[in-house]
Design a protein around this ligand. Sequence first.
Ligand SMILES: *Cc1c(COP(=O)(O)O)cnc(C)c1O
Length: 223
Amino acid sequence: MNIQSNFENLRKEIPENVRIVAVSKTKTFDEIMQVYELGHRIFGENKVQELVEKFERLPKDIEWHFIGHLQTNKVKYIAPFVSLIHGVESLKLLKEINKRASQNDRTIDCLLQVHIAKEDTKFGFAKEEIFDLINSNEIDNLKNIRITGLMGMATYTFDDVVVFNEFSELKTIFDELKSDYFNNNNFFNELSMGMSGDYNIALKAGTTIVRIGSSIFGDRNYH
Ligand SMILES: *Cc1c(COP(=O)(O)O)cnc(C)c1O
């Protein structure tokens, strides 16, 4: 397993205008630095404590993305430095991110997670809830967050058609929101979909960010 060549091959395969979040959860400082040394600066983690430790130990020009299920009571630990929170799934969480961003004199970019998979276990807003939330104007009062797009996870299946349809559905919701509610403004721009197993399908469906772990770093060992 050669992390650097994995990353270089992946970077060649993915169009330049699509951002890669190198998902480094469970991986060591050393492994992360191998990708960093190639010039890559965007890394993603899904556990707050692990993210904070890595932020503290690793170079400060890394752009850290939080990609997991974020608990309200832990927002304060990442608010000082996190660049993008993928997968915000409640108004309560948005309000907490706004409060902590304000305390840190920052604006934090967030993606709303939409539930597109058939499985019950995946988090996220239902399509109607997203439109309700944005119509309610409640988010207009949250001055220290910016909704920069949507995130979604497809059903875990080998059926590419199912995955493509789910990603395409998310792209449609995104386009609709962008034109109807965000007036095609230039910050509502991001669609985060696609991981190691399905990024090729996500690219076909129009993703702008892929979150890739095992295709770069190899399999994860959970202890
Ligand atoms: C772990 C994780 C990924 C990366 O998964 P791979 O299959 O290793 O590429 C992407 N997104 C989220 C939300 C994750 O938790």
